[in-house]
Design a protein around this ligand. Structure first.
Ligand SMILES: Nc1nc2c(ncn2[C@@H]2O[C@H](COP(=O)(O)OP(=O)(O)OP(=O)(O)O)[C@@H](O)[C@H]2O)c(=O)[nH]1
Length: 535
């Protein structure tokens, strides 16, 4: 969570300045600017998978929006301004907390070459609130520990020791399937006040609206229904920390008016969207190939040709066939607009475009587009990269590492997996595959490549690490996996994996690295399984 990109730090600073200007001058337009910056920050935090902070920002946005409709309300009354200021300072304080010297130092340690195994363990605290000795509490704590979290179990009347907000807090009621008693609700409210940005899971919530609404009011982010197992909760927590840092949204603006460009870029940047502009459509292909936009904002009428002509030409090129194109025009003729959409555009916006609508259309289109790309690149059972994307990403890592860098490729295959399926059934086998994926996700860095290469075969590629260090790390994962209990109808089972490793500079192409790691894996199987062999 400490790894905030500069865009967030910059947006937070802009937000703070925006609020200070509004407080000093009390003008409605400054208030609108402040709210827009807040909305931009919320979006960024959302992309970084920081639901606690997103929630805090959304609450503040809702408060701010109540002063949006009427210019005459400004400057807003002092008590309301103080209430906003209080919420804002909690958010800014939370953002700053992640930039303290200790955390910056830890970040350096995490990325330094030759770091110890400890440096890889990401500090993710999860607090479990339950009565002393609750069986779920121990089992959840054990599982969380396996997947690289630091669990802290406390009773309902206790408080977590550290002031540092935990990533998540899970509440386990004493009696399954009943409404949470008032004392439990009060405990949730108290923790919510202390930790406004952590994610709150309430377990065993009966499926009636009244219970859910009460818990949401108290501060619950997710209500997990009665009957869901500890593994379901774990899966949700893991999804929460799936912090593969998404890249910023990128928009290419094709527009010949410098004023329009300035207006659009400003609106986009307030929403955390990066943009680049060209005034001559003939530059489009060259710039698109280099900048790799997620969407194009296209002026309809330009000197050399029309936006529609450019778009239909763009659609002839395979990589850009699905790229969202949003037309901008002062055209109000519906027939013309429909024709423009028919010829390859995705949306039509009439100039001058309201900045909030522009940003929201752009974001929606980009998110759909990225989802489409994501589902084509990821495996649905585990969320890991799929076979073909893993291969191309190894190639990318290799190109970045050559000529003198480090790259280690490991192939991992679960042992005697057919027996797991045959004995306990396919769904249990699926859960074992998922646990393997979770363990890798929990233990490796965000920058490492983790893919599902085949049914029960995984590929891992680690850059900037010495082979000996990578093997020590994989040995630890192998050891832990062999002790990980997997639930089935009659109890739990344990299983192991075998692994083959190959590294630069001995193998110097992606196919040589993967092939050698695969051969080493076969050797590990032959030598008795549950071991790692280096090519
Ligand atoms: N449950 C489940 N099983 C799968 C999936 N994909 C492949 N499998 C099964 O994985 C098993 C792989 O078995 P084998 O390749 O014979 O190898 P193994 O039993 O793991 O034995 P060794 O690799 O030699 O240790 C097959 O039974 C496949 O049906 C999946 O997505 N889910």
């Amino acid at each position: 969570m400490s790894n905030f990109p500069n865009s967030i730090v910059a947006l937070a600073a802009m937000l703070e300045r925006g609020w200070e200007s509004y407080r000093a001058q009390g003008e409605f337009d400054l208030f609108v600017e402040f709210t827009l910056s807040l909305n931009g920050l919320t979006e960024q935090l959302h992309r970084q998978h920081l639901p606690g902070l997103v929630r805090a920002c959304q609450e503040l946005e809702n408060t701010a929006l109540t002063f949006f409709a009427d210019r005459e309300m400004h400057p807003i009354p002092l008590d309301q301004a103080i209430a906003i200021e209080r919420k804002l300072s909690i958010i800014l304080g939370e953002l700053r907390r992640h930039e303290t010297p200790a955390i910056l130092a830890r970040r350096v340690l995490d990325t330094a070459e030759g770091n110890t195994g400890e440096g890889w363990k990401q500090p993710r605290r999860v607090v479990i609130v339950a009565r002393d000795g609750h069986p779920w509490s121990a089992s959840l704590a054990e599982q969380l520990g396996f997947f690289g979290f630091t669990p802290e179990a406390i009773s309902w009347d206790a408080q977590p020791a550290s002031e540092e907000p935990p990533l998540a807090i899970t509440f386990i009621p004493d009696t399954e399937g009943r409404a949470y008693p008032p004392a439990a609700i009060a405990a949730i409210v108290a923790l919510r006040t202390r930790f406004p940005t952590s994610y709150f899971y309430c377990l065993s919530v009966p499926s009636n609206l009244q219970s859910i609404v009460l818990l949401q009011r108290a501060g619950a982010d997710a209500c997990v229904p009665v009957g869901n197992k500890v593994s379901d909760v774990l899966s949700r927590i893991l999804d929460l920390v799936e912090m593969h840092e998404q890249e910023m949204h990128r928009v290419l603006i094709v527009e010949d008016s410098a004023t329009a460009v300035a207006h659009i870029r400003r609106s986009l940047s307030q929403h955390g969207i990066d943009s680049r502009a060209i005034n001559d459509p003939r530059q489009l292909l060259e710039v698109a190939n280099e900048y790799r936009p997620d969407a194009i904002l296209m002026d309809m009428y330009m000197p050399f040709c029309t936006g529609v002509e450019v778009t239909s030409a763009l659609r002839q090129i395979p990589e850009f066939q699905a790229l969202p194109v949003i037309y901008l025009s002062s055209e109000t003729d519906i027939v013309q607009q429909v024709e423009a959409l028919r010829l390859g555009g995705d949306q039509f916006l009439t100039k001058p475009v309201n900045p909030i609508i522009l940003a929201s259309v752009v974001k929606t289109k980009i998110e759909r587009y990225r989802e489409m790309l994501y589902s084509g690149q990821h495996d649905s059972l585990t969320g890991l990269l799929n076979h073909s994307t893993s291969k191309s990403q190894v190639e990318r890592l290799l190109q970045a590492a050559l000529p003198d860098g480090e790259l280690v490729v490991a192939m991992i295959d679960i042992d005697r997996f057919k027996m797991v399926n045959d004995t306990y059934g396919h769904p249990v086998g699926d859960q074992v595959i998922r646990s393997m994926a979770w363990l890798l996700r929990g233990r490796l860095r965000n920058t490492d490549l983790i893919g599902r290469y085949g049914g029960e075969e995984f590929i891992v590629a680690l850059a900037d690490i010495e082979p000996a260090h990578a093997i020590r790390l994989l040995e630890q994962i192998r050891e832990d996996f062999s002790q990980l209990p997997h639930a089935h109808a009659q109890g739990t089972l344990r299983t192991t994996f075998s692994c083959g490793v190959a590294a630069l500079p001995t193998y110097r192409s992606a196919s040589a690295l993967i092939g050698a790691a695969d051969d080493a894996l076969l050797e590990a199987k032959r030598a008795g399984r549950n071991r790692i062999i280096s090519a």
